[in-house]
Design a protein around this ligand. Structure first.
Ligand SMILES: Nc1ncnc2c1ncn2[C@@H]1O[C@H](COP(=O)(O)OP(=O)(O)O)[C@@H](O)[C@H]1O
Ligand SMILES: [Mg+2]
Length: 305
C-alpha cells in the first residue's frame, strides 16, 4: 500500500487537566475522503486543530507526508490546507479578487494556479461576481479554493456543511468528492451527521469521548448488508445471553429480548446451539442491519441526525 499522507500516532490532548483526546492512531491516503464522525464534544475540532498545527499536542504526533508536525513543523504544515475557522472573505470584492488578495501572502502562487483552483471548486462562471452575491455554499467553495492555493496534499475541513441548506450541502459534497478524485488530495472532513458522511466519504472514523471507536469503509459497510439484526425471545434469558456473548460480546438485552447482529447463515446455527442447551425460544425476528444501526450502537442515540 502507498505511503499514508497523514498519520496520527498516539495523539493526545489535555486541556486544563482534562484529557480531551485520549490517543488517536489512524492513517489517511492520497485521493481519499476520510470522514471524522462523532457527536458534539467528541473531540473532532481539537484533533483537526492539532493536525493543522493550530494548537499544540500533549502527546503523540501527526505526520504529514512523513514530516513530523512536532519536529518538522514547517515542512509538515506546508502540505496542509484547511478551513478550520470561517474563512475571511471581503464581500465587496469578487471571488477572484479575494483569491488574488489572499495569494499575496503565499509565495509563488501564479494566476494560472488561481484559475485552476477556481475551476476545481466549480466557480469559474461566478468568479467575477462580488462575494456578497454568493450563496453560503459558494462562499464555502471559495474558502476551499483558498485553502487549495498552495497545492496541499491534504485538505482539512471542520464541519464544512454546517449552516448550509440541503442544496449547499449537496454542492459541497460533490466538490469534495471531485477534488479528491481529480487532484488526488486527501480530504479529512468532520461532521456529526452520518447520512452526510456516507455520501461523501470513502472511510469513516468514529470518535467518541476523544477515542476512535471504529474505522469503517463505506463500501464495505454497504457490502455487509447481509448482516442481520436479530431480536430473540428466549428463556432463561441469562443463559441465552451468556451463550450468545461467547460468540460476540455485543449482545444487548431489552426486556424479554436479546438483540445482536449476525450473518444470515449464522442464525440457524445459533438457534441450534441455544436449543442444545435446553433454552426455549419463543420468537426470532431478523431484519437488515443498516449502517445507521451500527453507528447508533457505537455512539448512542441523539448523536445522529
Ligand atoms: N480550549 C478549551 N478549553 C476547555 N475545554 C475545551 C477546549 N477546547 C475543547 N474543549 C472540550 O473538549 C471537548 C471536545 O471539543 P471539540 O474538539 O470542540 O469537539 P467537537 O468538535 O467534536 O464537537 C469538549 O468537551 C470541549 O468542551
Ligand atoms: Mg467541532
Amino acid at each position: 500500500m502507498a505511503e499514508p499522507v497523514v498519520q496520527l500516532k498516539g495523539l493526545k490532548k489535555t486541556i486544563k487537566g482534562k484529557q480531551i483526546i485520549k490517543g488517536l492512531d489512524f492513517e489517511i491516503y492520497e485521493g481519499e475522503v476520510f470522514g471524522f464522525l462523532g457527536p458534539n464534544g467528541a473531540g473532532k475540532t481539537t484533533t483537526i486543530r492539532m493536525m493543522a498545527g493550530l494548537i499544540s499536542m500533549t502527546d503523540g504526533d501527526v505526520f504529514i507526508k512523513g514530516f513530523s508536525v512536532r519536529k518538522d513543523f514547517k515542512k509538515a504544515i506546508r502540505h496542509v490546507g484547511g478551513i478550520v475557522e470561517n474563512p475571511e472573505m471581503y464581500p465587496f470584492m469578487s471571488g477572484y479578487k479575494n483569491l488574488v488578495h489572499y495569494s499575496r501572502m503565499i509565495p509563488g502562487i501564479s494566476k494560472e494556479r488561481i484559475i485552476e483552483v477556481v475551476k476545481l471548486v466549480g466557480l469559474e462562471k461566478r468568479m467575477k461576481e462580488k462575494v456578497s452575491k454568493y450563496s453560503l455554499g459558494m462562499r464555502q467553495r471559495l474558502g476551499i479554493a483558498q485553502a487549495l492555493l498552495h497545492n496541499p496534499s491534504v485538505l482539512v475541513l471542520d464541519e464544512p456543511t454546517n449552516g448550509l441548506d440541503p442544496s449547499g450541502i449537496r454542492e459541497i459534497r460533490s466538490y469534495i468528492r471531485r477534488l479528491a478524485e481529480e487532484s488526488g488530495v486527501a480530504v479529512i472532513v468532520s461532521s456529526h451527521i452520518l447520512s452526510e458522511m456516507e455520501m461523501m466519504c470513502d472511510r469513516i472514523g468514529i470518535i467518541k469521548n476523544g477515542e476512535l471507536v471504529s474505522i469503517q469503509s463505506v463500501q464495505e459497510a454497504v457490502d455487509e448488508a447481509d448482516q442481520k439484526e436479530v431480536n430473540l425471545e428466549a428463556v432463561p434469558i441469562e443463559e441465552a445471553e451468556a451463550i450468545l456473548k461467547k460468540r460476540d460480546s455485543q449482545v444487548k438485552r431489552e426486556k424479554k429480548e436479546l438483540i445482536f447482529t449476525a450473518q444470515k447463515e449464522e442464525i440457524p446455527l445459533i438457534i441450534q446451539e441455544l436449543t442444545k442447551h435446553n433454552i426455549k425460544i419463543y420468537s426470532v425476528a431478523a431484519r437488515r442491519a443498516t449502517l445507521e444501526d451500527k453507528f447508533l450502537d457505537l455512539i448512542g442515540d441523539g448523536a445522529i441526525e
